[in-house]
Design a protein around this ligand. Structure first.
Ligand code: HEC
Ligand code: HEC
Ligand code: HEC
Ligand code: HEC
Length: 327
């Protein structure tokens, strides 16, 4: 198993930056010498990584990607990297973690959160099961996501900017740093505008968040349920050939939990303080390039995100929903 982590990491880390360093080399840049050495190194390493992964290929050209135990982490190569070589790029910093985390004096409620939204939200309200989510129940855990996905707060509204003394250190008051953001060299808005990425401030039409997970209500499974024990074809479902049926994601319910494709995580591990939050279903670190209906591709292009769903295979067979709801 440790070998797998090792090659998994090397593969993703190198494949994301060696073409860039090679390009710089071709352009005559000498300042990237270190990266160039890595670039040279990465070719044999990649070959080893590929040959190592090859035996796991599971027929019909569908690799059994993301095996249990694999570490999942790839901010760099996804749109969540706003600092360098991703979809949105800023002139303000090359830091990528800073858009969500700060090493010091973070906002309570998330791991070293560096974000706060000043928007006010309309929460889901009352569910059929009788739960009530009030507007001020939305937790800082989900507010961190909504601080960009509200389509109102700018990407560079940070509690603590990179560098010395920048920002609202000790005040927890976010500041808009007015950096310039570009996509393909063209200046773009510093708030999310793509309709599919903007949830807005009205959350009554989104799956309840900051809602306490209560077993049995809404056919919710016990929190102790082992996620990997659920088989999505167990109810006699059959799927057309060539679809997800040919991959292992129908019969193995693999989720990225706590940074790994976990074989031991329970539903309880998806919750934060016993509640469902954005990060229960999405892991922004996990570039989920597994086969799924949303993006049926294995490409690792930065635009392919698999919607950062935690489940390998995305929501094929409604596997995300059916992991919690025994419907
Ligand atoms: C788009 C927002 C976002 C960005 C960017 C981001 N993170 Fe996170 N990070 C999160 C969320 C959300 C969690 C909590 C996830 C959970 O509950 O499992 C988290 C949790 C973590 C954790 C603890 C969980 C674990 O995997 O052990 C670490 C460590 C971490 N992030 C490191 C980083 C680093 C390093 C970077 C930059 C390379 C980064 N993050 C960039 C959102 C982000
Ligand atoms: C710093 C701003 C920022 C934060 C914070 C942030 N995101 Fe994003 N997110 C983005 C950007 C930018 C994109 C790319 C949107 C696009 O391509 O138009 C994106 C894309 C996504 C997508 C994929 C949408 C698509 O159409 O491919 C999902 C899902 C997502 N984010 C979930 C989350 C979750 C969950 C959190 C909180 C853990 C979070 N994001 C926090 C900026 C952010
Ligand atoms: C109960 C699980 C769950 C929760 C909680 C959840 N999402 Fe999602 N989200 C999904 C699924 C599943 C999809 C894929 C959409 C589909 O299959 O139609 C998705 C899609 C998205 C997309 C892309 C929409 C598109 O049409 O491209 C964004 C952005 C997003 N979620 C952000 C968030 C944010 C921000 C939160 C918290 C406020 C959140 N999600 C909470 C399950 C969830
Ligand atoms: C992490 C666990 C989890 C996942 C995954 C999940 N849900 Fe839920 N869902 C909940 C919880 C908790 C509630 C709140 C139940 C209550 O208290 O009434 C809920 C409520 C609902 C409700 C009822 C809302 C109401 O007004 O009563 C619907 C419908 C629903 N979920 C659909 C879905 C769908 C569709 C998916 C897949 C995209 C999904 N859920 C994924 C945990 C989850």
């Amino acid at each position: 198993m440790p070998l797998k982590f090792y090659f998994g990491d090397v593969d993703s880390a190198f494949s994301s930056f060696w073409p860039i360093s090679l390009l710089m080399q071709l352009q005559g840049s000498e300042t990237e010498l270190m990266k160039f050495f890595f670039a040279k190194l990465s070719i044999p390493l990649l070959a080893i990584a590929i040959s190592f992964l090859a035996p796991q290929t599971a027929g019909a050209g569908v690799p059994s990607d993301f095996p249990y135990g694999l570490a999942t982490g790839n901010i760099a190569n996804t749109p969540h990297n706003l600092g360098a070589t991703s979809v949105f790029i800023t002139n303000g910093t090359t830091n990528m973690c800073i858009f969500c985390h700060t090493p010091h004096i973070g906002v309570a409620g998330g791991p070293l959160w560096n974000r706060q939204t000043l928007s006010s939200f309309t929460a889901y309200g009352t569910t059929i099961g009788g739960s009530f989510i009030a507007d001020n129940d939305i937790s800082s855990n989900s507010l961190a996501c909504l601080s960009c996905h509200d389509g109102v707060t700018s990407f560079d509204t940070l509690v603590n900017a990179p560098g010395k003394g920048n920002g609202g250190v000790n005040t927890n008051q976010p500041i808009n740093f007015d950096w310039v953001f570009t996509v393909d060299g063209n200046t773009v808005s510093d708030v999310l505008t793509s309709p599919s990425a903007v949830l807005g401030t009205d959350l009554t039409n989104d799956h309840p968040i900051s809602v306490t997970y209560k077993e049995k209500i809404a056919s919710l499974r016990p929190t102790s349920t082992l996620i990997s024990s659920l088989v999505m074809t167990s109810e006699g479902l059959s799927v057309a050939a060539g679809s997800d049926a040919s991959s292992t994601t129908a019969t193995s319910n693999r989720w990225a939990v706590k940074g790994f494709i976990s074989s031991s995580a329970t539903i309880g591990d998806l919750l934060s303080n016993g509640k469902v939050e954005c990060a229960s279903c999405h892991d922004p670190h996990f570039q989920n390039t597994s086969w799924d209906e949303v993006e049926s591709t294995w490409s690792s292009a930065p635009t392919v995100t698999g919607l950062f769903l935690r489940r390998v295979g995305g929501n094929s067979l409604s596997g995300v929903c059916r992991t919690c709801h025994a419907k």
